[in-house]
Design a protein around this ligand. Structure first.
Ligand code: COA
Length: 391
């Protein structure tokens, strides 16, 4: 039987971070509110010469290094933080990654659900084009107002996934539970750089979406919680996923989950998000990378449950089967190296970068060089973003 799904998956996050202890001290709150209450320790801060395009291209580079670009005929870019109202971030990435002209590329949006929207669009396409691959990019910078409740849940990062038939990492199963509803829990009007969020309401809608999507998935597949080896959730902050998992278990008839059960079922998926913060469209798949990189047990042949949530809102519960030898195809060492070698910022440096913004005057601007991935934004000229590859 032909399987279809994630053939390769790679993660990138900026190389600067703010420790939430530093933020807590500045804001005059107990850091345990962030560390324990939200389950977040650090948030990634992109330098001024890095954006969603450079992060996505840096995430994709390791995949392109071992893939024939002419195989890639679909390029989907999921993001909440698009850099242009008209031109798709996919086309900027297409240029940086030197993909062939025979390629269909566009941007996909539905808040943090955009990565899943792209993945699910690519699956039937891949089945129809078995010799070809889709490249899915999901990249975001989570930004809230300074001194707002959302501030400690900021972050940044990108995921790149190669999708095709007979995948090396994970075959996606056909059943999905879906939940679409027109709500205002988190949004970002075109004139704002920072998202507006009704955080408590968003948490309630997330749970409602999960419960309904799970019920549908269960009805369609006949599977229960015991059929899942691990669970990955959309991660606005890791405590949200823990709350969601407790609720899912209750909905599925498991009254009491022990701390050991929780750790076993989802603990490994939370490591990366806890130290990068929210990566919006990338966050579910960052969680999947965290699970695959940090789980010492071989999960080949096992099922992983995935819950994607994007405010506004769209929820989807689906699942995938890890493939034999999936561990040979992970970028675990590169992810570890990236996360272990980041530079910590002071509060003032964080605020300076936050306040900088992007020049909007149409003049010529050259950006100083910071630590970035293999791509950076070298400036803006005549309202055009100028990118460069560093290798
Ligand atoms: N030690 C340990 N825990 C503490 C604490 C302390 N000193 N002080 C507070 N806490 C806990 C609270 O009890 C709460 O936990 P609970 O929900 O389990 O009760 C948690 O820390 C957060 O505190 P709270 O007062 O609820 O935080 P807040 O009102 O400042 O905001 C969010 C929290 C999540 C609502 C806010 O950060 C937000 O809106 N984030 C954005 C969320 C988002 O992105 N949503 C959209 C996508 S899904």
């Amino acid at each position: 039987m032909t399987t279809v799904g994630i053939d390769l998956i790679s993660f990138y996050t900026p190389q600067y971070f703010l420790d939430l202890k530093t933020l807590a001290e500045k804001r005059g709150v107990d850091f345990n509110k962030f560390y324990t209450g939200l389950g977040q320790e650090k948030m990634a801060i992109p330098p001024p010469d890095e954006d969603i395009v450079t992060m996505a291209a840096s995430a994709a580079r390791p995949i392109l290094d071992q893939t024939d670009p002419s195989e890639i005929e679909l390029l989907l870019f999921g993001t909440e933080s698009g850099v242009d109202q008209s031109k798709a971030a996919a086309m900027f990435a297409h240029g940086l990654l030197k993909l062939p002209t025979r390629c269909r590329g566009f941007e996909v949006k539905e808040a943090c659900y955009a990565g899943t929207a792209a993945l699910q669009l690519a699956i039937p396409w891949a089945l129809r084009n078995p010799g070809k691959k889709a490249l899915i990019l999901a990249s975001d910078i989570a930004r809230y107002d300074l001194n707002s409740p959302g501030e400690p849940t900021q972050g940044a990062g990108a995921i790149a996934m190669l999708v095709g038939v007979n995948p090396r990492i994970m075959a996606i199963e056909p059943e999905s539970g879906l939940y679409a509803s027109d709500v205002m829990d988190f949004w970002r009007p075109n004139y704002r750089d920072e998202a507006v969020v009704d955080g408590k309401y968003s948490m309630r809608v997330y749970i409602a979406a999960l419960e309904e999507a799970w019920r549908q998935y269960h009805a369609l597949s006949g599977r229960g919680l015991a059929d899942m080896a691990r669970f990955c959730y959309h991660l606005p902050f890791t405590k949200m996923a823990e709350k969601a998992h407790v609720r899912l278990a209750k909905t599925a008839g498991v009254a009491n989950l022990s701390p050991e059960d929780m750790e076993h079922q989802m603990g490994e998926s939370l490591h990366y998000n806890r130290i990068t913060g929210n990566t919006y469209a990338a966050s579910l798949y960052e969680g999947l990378c965290s699970l695959l990189d940090n789980c010492t047990k071989d999960l080949a042949g096992k099922r992983v449950a995935l819950f994607s949530y994007g405010s506004g809102c769209m929820g989807e519960f689906f699942s995938g089967i890890l493939q034999a030898d999936y561990r040979k195809h992970l970028y675990s060492a590169a992810h570890k190296n990236l996360l272990d070698n980041r530079t910590e910022l002071t509060y003032q440096q964080y605020e300076d970068v936050f306040q900088l913004g992007c020049p909007t005057d149409g003049g010529d601007h050259t950006f100083a060089q910071y630590r970035t991935g293999v791509y950076r934004m070298k400036g803006i000229s005549q309202h055009k973003r100028l990118y460069e590859a560093l290798t």
